[in-house]
Design a protein around this ligand. Structure first.
Ligand SMILES: NC(=O)c1ccc[n+]([C@@H]2O[C@H](COP(=O)([O-])OP(=O)(O)OC[C@H]3O[C@@H](n4cnc5c(N)ncnc54)[C@H](O)[C@@H]3O)[C@@H](O)[C@H]2O)c1
Ligand SMILES: [Zn+2]
Length: 373
């Protein structure tokens, strides 16, 4: 039997986004998608590799559209530029795009962020649908309405909240992902499970090897669990003033590592895994149960992460101080307080961070610096 689950994200008193998850989610969504795009100009945004692998999965939708344009964009993070967005706007305009045209984002988080942003701005807002094709996008990026592109000086620096009309997480698209992409997505699952859903954490621990191997039967329930966790936190805090910030667990140092490596050395989720390992050191110093910290370390070790390239502690601190999420009053850290529970901690002195980073870079999987206990 194929796994299928229908979730809903309510983002205002009157508006909601259905989120369908499972091995046959696209087929289940097809009747609703056909109604949504019937008689309209439809713009499908995707990159060449994903369109070549899975583009045919959209064939059933094509005949109902008044016009069907596939807009190919660069693969990966390179798609997320103002220039790519401008190219999409020009092509949509030239192809007769109207206020009632539809946009389909078909790809990973990069394509979803770009297409959502382009749709949100074009003619002051076109409806769009997310059909995420990576694990990371199915559990995180495609859900919650954040869209945007990068500037040369910073990632995700230009964007808007624009919720999709529907999110279709078809897990049968995932087995073609390279192991590194599955691992990267699994880190976001672990991030949410550790702070929001201990049942999901246990499920991930049990199924980890099958998940890393891209087995569709294992992926369905875990994607649904993580999507549900993300939906719950976004509903509680749609604009990231409070609880939604918990999703940044591991991202403070993770982003600094990505910046220091010029986005080249590690995948996003891999950098976040190291960020989680570092946050655990700070959390243990603030009383987190060593057993829970050890449990998360063991799980992350099973991912077989690529080694951390050599990094300069002072440069990492400098990147963190410039992070767009830093407030004037300093950085806000997301730390586990107890199993299944996170909290925001501000005011951690830079001297402590610098010292702890030194120990962390020597041995990322070790617990906090012992001399500081
Ligand atoms: N909007 C949000 O809330 C949010 C949240 C988290 C991350 N993000 C963003 O998401 C982006 C990262 O997304 P990502 O991890 O999905 O990476 P990605 O979109 O860059 O895709 C990674 C690679 O996977 C390949 N790929 C995609 N689907 C495939 C498939 N089914 N089979 C084989 N290969 C496939 C692509 O060709 C690409 O090379 C970042 O830009 C990040 O900022 C956004
Ligand atoms: Zn992330």
């Amino acid at each position: 039997m194929t796994f299928h689950r229908a979730l809903t994200l309510r983002h205002s008193a009157t508006a909601a986004t259905p989120v369908l998850v499972g091995e046959a989610a696209l087929a289940a969504a097809e009747p609703e998608l056909l109604r949504w795009l019937a008689g309209r100009a439809v713009f499908v945004v995707g990159s060449a590799p994903v369109l070549a692998l899975h583009g045919a999965r959209l064939d059933g939708l094509r005949a109902a559209a008044a016009r069907w344009e596939v807009l190919e964009v660069a693969d990966g993070e390179a798609a997320k530029s103002v220039r790519s967005a401008e190219a999409l706007w020009n092509r949509m305009l030239a192809a007769g795009g109207k206020r009632d045209s539809r946009v389909i984002a078909f790809g990973g988080g990069s394509v979803g962020d770009l297409a959502g942003f382009a749709a949100g701005c074009f003619l002051r807002g076109l409806d769009f649908v997310q059909i995420p094709t990576t694990l990371l996008a199915q559990v995180d990026a495609a859900i919650g309405g954040k869209t945007g592109v990068d500037l040369p000086g910073g990632k995700n620096t230009v964007g808007l909240f624009h919720h999709p009309a529907m999110v279709v997480c078809d897990t049968s698209l995932l087995p073609t992902l390279p192991r590194g992409e599955l691992r990267s997505g699994l880190v976001e699952v672990i991030k949410m499970a550790a702070l929001l859903d201990l049942g999901l954490l246990a499920e991930t621990e049990t199924a980890l090897d099958a998940l890393l191997a891209g087995e569709a039967a294992a992926l369905g329930p875990v994607v649904a669990g993580a999507a549900a966790a993300k939906i719950a936190v976004v509903e509680r805090d749609p604009t990231e003033q409070g609880d939604r910030r918990l999703l940044n667990f591991g991202h403070t140092l993770g982003h600094a590592i990505e910046t220091a490596l010029a986005y080249g050395g590690l995948r996003h989720g891999e950098a976040v895994a190291y960020g989680i390992l570092f946050a655990l050191r700070l959390a243990e110093r603030r009383g987190l149960d060593a057993g829970f910290a050890g449990r998360l370390r063991t799980l992350l070790a099973r991912l077989d992460l690529p080694p951390l390239p050599p990094l300069d502690p002072a440069a990492l601190v400098d990147h963190m101080a410039r992070d767009k999420k830093a407030r004037e009053s300093g950085l806000v850290w997301v730390l586990p307080a107890a199993p299944g529970e996170g909290r925001m901690v501000s005011g951690i002195p830079w001297e402590e961070i610098l010292e702890e980073i030194g120990g962390f870079l020597r041995d990322p999987f070790a617990a906090m610096c012992p001399d500081r206990v």
